[in-house]
Design a protein around this ligand. Structure first.
Ligand code: ADP
Ligand code: MG
Length: 572
């Protein structure tokens, strides 16, 4: 065995970099947060090639002295924690003096900085953590840090990077979140020399949302506000049913800093269930007494845990309940108990009761469904014309198939059909388009526009006709012929959002497009189906290659055999 040795400082920094710096967006996050910590009122972010060629963050904050400019790249160099006590207070969330050292270890970095009353500024250049040059700079007060050729010395990391568009969107997402957390600061984002955002300072989150997602979309959100001892919650949520099928933006800022707090996510899932649960759109800003928060300073994730989670939850519950009542939805479904600390749920609606009844048995049925799988293309098990089909709760279709009671999930079935049909189109001839009598104009965020551009060819193949009109607007002139339901702006955004969802990354571009279209353009739970529509659905399902599951892996139907019925009626 090789003798044990201490790792060099440079290797330690590279290891640390792996924890803190996963992709260009993580560099942007660290640099922008530093700018805000330095009191900047204006921050500009520039990226080229998704941030792999260049990331430059400039601010008008306090700047650094020459000594500090040299010291800040050392590991554990920080001006923000002085005592051990500071380590555990939320105002020093994530300050460990590691970010700049980690970034410098895996890139070529140049810093130009000047303090407000200093006669001259400083420029320092480093490569892989080693200082190459120190000189005077005539920069006006503030700091500019340029990071070039990220991961040039760590090929493994480079290999994990995704497309330029995808890395750029991740950068946009970071700027988006921080901008929401800090409306009073001006942010500019420049991608490949083109200004994507220029957000002058505004008075509140609403003003910032206007800048980021447009006035119309902001005005559809419901303001929430609540006060509890030691906690103030403020922000906006979307409880419209339209949000139910895609994961929407959720931004949670704690004391002016975007953070990931599992309890808040969980509370949103529960509280907004009727309006889309964890998928609902939510922009929340929490002000919390620092002594009430425990911070788990995970270097990359910045997960926050609270000392008194019940209090935060109650404040959130009160805020969201109030918002829901004002929106006229979910009003009675989520009563908050009188002490404001626990949340009681009303009895489940009928359909959910039925669902749980079904779920109890689903393991056994799934097994049966699999063992008696109809072969692709066969219609052997299709209910013959004479057999009645019944729709239950506008969600399930029930039929006798052989000696079984078979229950189909209409949305899952249609998803499977749409998924396979869309894949075929992507692989071959262009799909049928339905020209819209009234083309729809859709205002897109830069992230959405970037998706529409990146997937232009695939969208065209499946039957979309999308034309860019102005900087952030597209006109949709045609959609795939078999789209179900109302074709509107929201649908177009949802298809784009679905394509962009990370979890689709595994199956490649075609899978992403097909599963998003399948999800958003299929019949839904709640849609009434006529008899021939139900028959058509089941015929087409059984003709697919994998009729047993939807593209996300949920079962499309379950079967209860006669033996199972006998057992449940205690006949055997
Ligand atoms: P941390 O933010 O945890 O202190 P960093 O490695 O991110 O650690 O930064 C190290 C130090 O460099 C900071 O504590 C701060 O003093 C200084 N610094 C970094 N960026 C800036 C900036 N944009 N303006 C002024 N000072 C900065
Ligand atoms: Mg920092």
């Amino acid at each position: 065995m090789a003798p044990i040795r201490l790792l060099s400082e440079r290797v330690i920094n590279q290891i640390a970099a792996g924890e803190v710096i996963e992709r260009p967006a993580s560099v942007v996050k660290e640099l922008v947060e530093n700018s805000l910590d330095a009191g900047a009122e204006s921050v500009t972010v520039e990226v080229d090639r998704g941030g792999t060629r260049l990331i430059r963050v400039s601010d008008n904050g306090a700047g650094m002295s020459r000594d500090s400019a040299l010291l800040c790249f050392e590991r554990h160099a920080t001006s923000k924690i002085v005592t051990e006590h500071d380590l555990f207070s939320v105002s020093s969330l994530g300050f460990r003096g590691e970010a700049l050292a980690a970034i410098a270890a895996v890139a070529r970095v140049e810093i130009e900085t000047a303090e407000h009353d200093a006669p001259i500024g400083t420029r320092v250049a480093l490569s892989a953590g080693a200082v190459d040059a120190v000189e005077d700079s005539a920069r006006p007060p503030g700091t500019t840090i340029a990071v070039r050729h990220l991961f040039f010395n760590v090929p493994v990391r480079r290999g994990f990077l995704r497309s330029v568009e995808s890395e750029t969107r991740a950068v946009m997402d970071v700027v988006f979140r921080i901008a929401i957390a800090r409306p009073a600061v001006q942010f500019r984002l420049v991608v490949e020399g083109r200004e994507v955002w220029n957000m002058p300072p505004v008075g509140d989150m609403k003003g910032r949302l206007h800048q980021l997602i447009g006035a119309q979309r902001t005005d559809e959100l419901i303001p929430v506000r609540a006060l509890a001892p030691g906690v103030a919650v403020e922000g906006f949520v979307g409880v419209q049913a339209a949000a139910r099928y895609s994961r929407r933006q959720q931004v949670v800022a704690i004391n002016g800093r975007p953070a990931d707090a599992p309890i808040i996510r969980a509370a949103l899932v529960e509280l907004l269930q009727g309006g889309g649960g964890g998928r609902a759109e939510a922009y929340l800003s929490l002000r919390i007494d620092p002594s009430a928060v425990d911070v788990n300073v995970h270097p990359a994730k910045r997960e926050v845990r609270f000392r008194e989670p019940g209090r935060i939850r109650a404040a959130l519950a009160a805020a969201i309940k109030d918002a829901a009542v004002r929106a006229g939805t979910l009003a009675q479904e989520y009563p908050v108990s009188t002490d404001g600390m626990t949340l009681q749920r009303s009895p489940q609606p009928r359909s959910a009761e039925f669902l749980s009844l079904v779920a109890e048995e689903s393991v056994a049925w799934e097994h049966l469904a699999r063992s008696e799988a109809p072969t692709a293309g066969s219609t052997r098990d299709t209910p013959p014309r004479g057999i009645p089909l019944i729709q239950i709760a506008r969600t399930f279709v029930v039929a006798r198939v052989g000696d079984t009671l078979t229950v189909f999930d209409q949305h899952a079935c249609h998803e499977r059909i749409m998924y396979e049909e869309t894949l075929k189109r992507l692989a071959g001839t262009r799909g049928m388009a339905q020209q819209l009598l009234f083309p729809i104009t859709v205002d897109l965020t830069p992230q959405e526009l970037s998706l529409a551009q990146e997937y232009e060819e695939e969208l065209r193949l499946v039957g979309f006709e999308i034309r860019q009109f102005g900087r952030a607007t597209v006109i949709v002139e045609a959609v795939p012929a078999d789209f179900q339901g109302e074709v509107n702006e929201e649908l177009v955004r949802q298809v784009l959002a679905g394509i962009g969802e990370e979890k689709g990354a595994m199956g490649g571009r075609h899978h992403r497009v097909a599963s998003s279209i399948a999800c958003h353009a299929s019949v839904r739970a709640g849609d009434a189906l006529r008899d021939e529509q139900m028959r058509d659905l089941i015929d087409r399902l059984l003709a697919t290659e994998a009729p047993h599951t939807c593209p996300h892996g949920r079962p499309t139907f379950i079967q209860i055999t006669a033996q199972e019925l006998e057992r449940r009626f205690q006949r055997v």
